[in-house]
Ligand binder design. Structure first.
Ligand SMILES: Nc1nc2c(ncn2[C@@H]2O[C@H](COP(=O)(O)OP(=O)(O)OP(=O)(O)O)[C@@H](O)[C@H]2O)c(=O)[nH]1
Length: 418
C-alpha cells in the first residue's frame, strides 16, 4: 500500500493533525540547516567543491520553501510568485545533481540548471500551467523525477568500489524522492486534483511539505557521509603514496605484497619482483643540487611507469630504489620488461639547463619460489640480483635463479644464484 494512503488511514484513526504552514516553515529551516552544514563543512576542512553545489541547492530549497510559506500565509499568490517557488524548487533538485556530478569529477553543468529554472518560470505563462496545482504538478514532476533518478544513476554507475557504501544512502534517497513525487502526482490525478485530506490538512500542500522536510533532513546526512568518506579515502591514499613520485610507498608494499603473496600461493600463480636503483645518483645530487636530484628521480619513475603501463603496483622502497610487483606473468615477459625499463632510461637522458645528463639504472629480478614463506623472501632475492648488477658494472639486468631466464634472454641477462 502507498505510504500516503497509510498516513491518511493513520491520521483518521489517531487523529493526527499537521498543518501545511508549519511543515513548510520546518522544511525551509531544514534546508537552511543543510545549506549551513554544507557551507561550514566546505570552509572547515573538506574543501570539496561538490559541497558548494549542495550549499547552493539547499539555499534554493530554503528560498523556495520560504516563499511557499509566505504564499500560504497570504492564502494565495500571483502566478509569478508560484513560478518563483517552483523554479527555485527545481533549481534545488538540479543543484543536488550538480553536486553529485562534481563529486564524480564531471562538469556540474550549472548553465543547464539556470536554463531549466528560466524555462520553468516561462512555462508558468502557459494557460495550462496557470490553472489548478494539478496541472503544474503534472508538468514539472517528470523533470524533478528525472533529476533525482539522474543523480542516483550516476552515483550507482560511476562509484568506485570502495566508495559504494557511502554512496548508497543518497542513491536510495534520490530514488525514494522520485517515487514519492510520482505517487503524489498519481494520487492527485486519480482524485482529479481533489484527494481526501492528509494528516488533517490539504493533501497537495501537506504531503509536499512533509516530503520536503524529510528529504532535506536525510539529504544533509547523506551528503555529509559522502564527503567525510571521501576525505577518509584521500587520507588513506596519501598515507600510502610517495609525495615526490606519486608511486606507492613501503607501507603500501607491505599491504599489496602480503595480499598477492597469499593469493599466488593459493592459486599457484607466478609472482615476481623487479627492483631497480639509479646508478651513481649521489654525483647528480652533489653536482646539480637536491632539486635536480629530485627531478632525476621523477624522470626515471615517469619513464619506468610508461614501460610498465598496466602494472599499478609500482613502489618507491628507498631514496632512489624502486620495486615493481608483477603477478601472473611469464618469466620471459618479466625479464623483457626489466630490460625495456633499463633501455628506456639509457635512451632518454635528463635535461638540466638545456644539456643532457646521461642516467642509467641497475635492475634485479626474482620470482616466487616453492620454499618461500613470505613475500620478503622474493624481494630480498631481487635485491641480491640488483647488487650483482651493480657489482658487475651497473646499467644491466640481473635475474636471480638461472631457471627464471628464458633461453632467448640468456645472452642479454645475467643469472645470479641457483
Ligand atoms: N635529491 C634526492 N636525493 C636523494 C633522495 N633520497 C636519497 N637521495 C640521495 O641518493 C643518494 C644515494 O647514494 P648512494 O646510495 O651512494 O648511491 P649512488 O650514488 O646512486 O651509487 P650506486 O647506487 O652505487 O650506483 C644519497 O646521496 C642520498 O642523499 C631524494 O628523495 N632526493
Amino acid at each position: 500500500m502507498n505510504n500516503s494512503f497509510i498516513l491518511m488511514e493513520l491520521s483518521i484513526q489517531v487523529g493526527w493533525r499537521l498543518d501545511a504552514f508549519t511543515l513548510i516553515v520546518a522544511a525551509a529551516l531544514a534546508a537552511l540547516t543543510m545549506a549551513a552544514s554544507m557551507g561550514l563543512l566546505y570552509l572547515a576542512s573538506a574543501r570539496q567543491a561538490c559541497l558548494v553545489d549542495w550549499t547552493v541547492a539547499a539555499a534554493l530549497f530554503a528560498l523556495s520553501n520560504g516563499l511557499g510559506a509566505i504564499g500560504l500565509h497570504q492564502q494565495a499568490g500571483p502566478i509569478l510568485f508560484i513560478a518563483c517557488v517552483n523554479a527555485l524548487h527545481i533549481g534545488g533538485h538540479f543543484g543536488m545533481l550538480a553536486g553529485v556530478r562534481r563529486h564524480l569529477h564531471l562538469a556540474p553543468g550549472w548553465r543547464w540548471g539556470v536554463l531549466l529554472m528560466a524555462a520553468v518560470l516561462a512555462a508558468h505563462g502557459l494557460m495550462f500551467a496557470r490553472g489548478a496545482p494539478l496541472y503544474r504538478l503534472a508538468l514539472f514532476t517528470p523533470f524533478v523525477g528525472a533529476l533525482n533518478l539522474g543523480a542516483a544513476w550516476l552515483l550507482w554507475r560511476r562509484s568506485e568500489r570502495e566508495a559504494c557504501a557511502a554512496h548508497t544512502p543518497l542513491i536510495v534517497l534520490q530514488v525514494l524522492s522520485a517515487l514519492q513525487q510520482a505517487a503524489r502526482m498519481a494520487i492527485m490525478l486519480a482524485y482529479d486534483g481533489r484527494p481526501p485530506g492528509f494528516l488533517g490538512g490539504d493533501f497537495f500542500r501537506t504531503s509536499g511539505a512533509l516530503a520536503m522536510l524529510v528529504y532535506m533532513s536525510l539529504a544533509t546526512m547523506c551528503c555529509a557521509l559522502i564527503v567525510s568518506h571521501q576525505q577518509t579515502l584521500a587520507l588513506r591514499r596519501a598515507s600510502l603514496t610517495d609525495v615526490l613520485t606519486g608511486w606507492l610507498n613501503r607501507r603500501a608494499l607491505h599491504d599489496v605484497a602480503t595480499r598477492d603473496f597469499r593469493r599466488c600461493r593459493r592459486n599457484g600463480s607466478a609472482m615476481f619482483f623487479i627492483t631497480f636503483d639509479i646508478d651513481h645518483f649521489k654525483p647528480i645530487n652533489d653536482r646539480y643540487g637536491h632539486g635536480v636530484g629530485d627531478a632525476a628521480i621523477c624522470h626515471v619513475t615517469a619513464l619506468s611507469a610508461r614501460v610498465l603501463r598496466g602494472y599499478d603496483a609500482l613502489f618507491r622502497i628507498g631514496g632512489e630504489e624502486f620495486a615493481v610487483l608483477v603477478v601472473g606473468e611469464h618469466a620471459g615477459n618479466v625479464c623483457a620488461m626489466a630490460e625495456r625499463l633499463r633501455e628506456a632510461v639509457v635512451a632518454t637522458p635528463l635535461t638540466v639547463e638545456g644539456k643532457p645528463v646521461a642516467m642509467t639504472v641497475s635492475v634485479g629480478v626474482a620470482a616466487l619460489d616453492a620454499h618461500d614463506q613470505k613475500w620478503e623472501d622474493i624481494l630480498s632475492r631481487a635485491d641480491v640480483a640488483l647488487y650483482h648488477a651493480k657489482q658487475n658494472g651497473r646499467n644491466r639486468v640481473s635475474v636471480h635463479g638461472s631457471d627464471v631466464i628464458g633461453r632467448g634472454q640468456a645472452a642479454r641477462l645475467q643469472a645470479v644464484g641457483a
